[in-house]
Write a protein of this length. Structure first.
Length: 317
């Protein structure tokens, strides 16, 4: 996986979630807290999610074949989408079910120091993981807001880890509040209410992730800044006089397909046009290194041939 895939953030999140999951299940066994059980399942689901992201990154490296001539770059999008499904079903739906059961059949929390101690430990561990994900993302985010970065990033790993860690931290605080209120009031219903809040939060995050990764799976164009760089690189002002129309498509986070019809002089020879195309491809790759697949079709520019450009996607991180 490339540096932009956020391998360091994924590994940090995986280590933190595995340790937290064990601690939460131990706390549940001693205290009977449904919030601890829901949070333990949440951490297991998150650990599985990080494993899926790492697997997707590995599979995306496979070389292109005759059956898949454009390679396997979209494997990362597929596994990112699977993460949203796992988070929704295992994390969110289970927490909602467990919370409902606890509200219907409340019982007091035993050995209160177990869930409190584990929650504090988990908040510290998740905070470290979240801090790592933020540091990894800042180098790619630029001047974008966090919402813009999550919405426009072409590499799915960092947005997934960011949202998971954010959801985990908020969920831990909700669990701490639920357990705390249950201990103060002696009413186990509040533990169930906290669990319901955790489940609702996880479902919302899963839906956001599913929406974003679905867009990547369908195929997104390069952002306007990248498109502008490509157009500038194509035109040399001599043989290639303009771009009649152009389409771009992300085959993967670091793989871009460029297809364009370019305007050439009507009296250029075939050899001159072929040389100009080769030179234009070299300029494109220099300007936009992720442009791996380039198709340029020469034509004589006529007004009726010029097609409107497809709306470009917001610029990627």
């Amino acid at each position: 996986m490339s540096a932009s895939g956020g391998t360091k953030a994924i590994v940090a999140a995986l280590g933190a979630n595995l340790a937290i999951a064990v601690a939460k299940f131990v706390a549940f066994a001693f205290s009977g807290s449904s919030s601890m059980l829901a949070e333990g399942v949440h951490s297991v689901a998150d650990s599985g999610n990080q494993a899926l992201l790492l697997l997707g990154g590995k599979k995306a490296k496979k070389a292109a074949t005759e059956e898949h001539p454009f390679g396997y770059g979209r494997e990362r999008y597929i596994y990112g989408f699977l993460v949203s499904i796992v988070l929704f079903t295992i994390g969110g739906v289970f927490a909602l079910y467990e919370g409902y059961e606890k509200v219907q059949h409340p019982h007091e929390i035993e050995h209160w120091y177990w869930p409190i101690g584990v929650l504090v430990f988990a908040i510290v561990a998740e905070g470290f993981s979240f801090r790592t994900a933020i540091q990894e993302s800042n180098g790619l985010r630029g001047q974008q807001t966090w919402a813009q970065f999550i919405r426009t990033a072409k590499a799915p790993e960092l947005p997934v880890v960011l949202l998971e860690d954010f959801g985990a931290l908020v969920g831990l605080v909700l669990a701490l509040i639920g357990v705390g209120v249950s201990l103060v009031t002696g009413n186990g219903v509040w533990d169930g209410v906290g669990t319901l809040c955790i489940g609702t939060l996880l479902v919302i995050i899963a839906l956001v992730l599913a929406s974003e990764t679905k867009s990547l799976l369908l195929g997104e164009a390069a952002g306007p800044q990248t498109v502008a760089h490509i157009r500038e690189a194509i035109v040399d002002g001599d043989t290639v006089t303009g771009v009649i129309h152009m389409r771009t498509l992300h085959l993967g986070p670091e793989e871009l397909l460029v297809a364009a019809k370019i305007a050439v002089q009507h009296d250029d020879t075939a050899a001159e046009v072929a040389h100009a195309i080769d030179a234009a491809e070299a300029r494109i790759r220099e300007a936009v290194p992720i442009a791996r697949v380039i198709y340029l079709e020469p034509d004589i520019c006529r007004e009726q041939k010029a097609a409107p450009e497809a709306p470009a996607a917001p610029e990627t991180a």
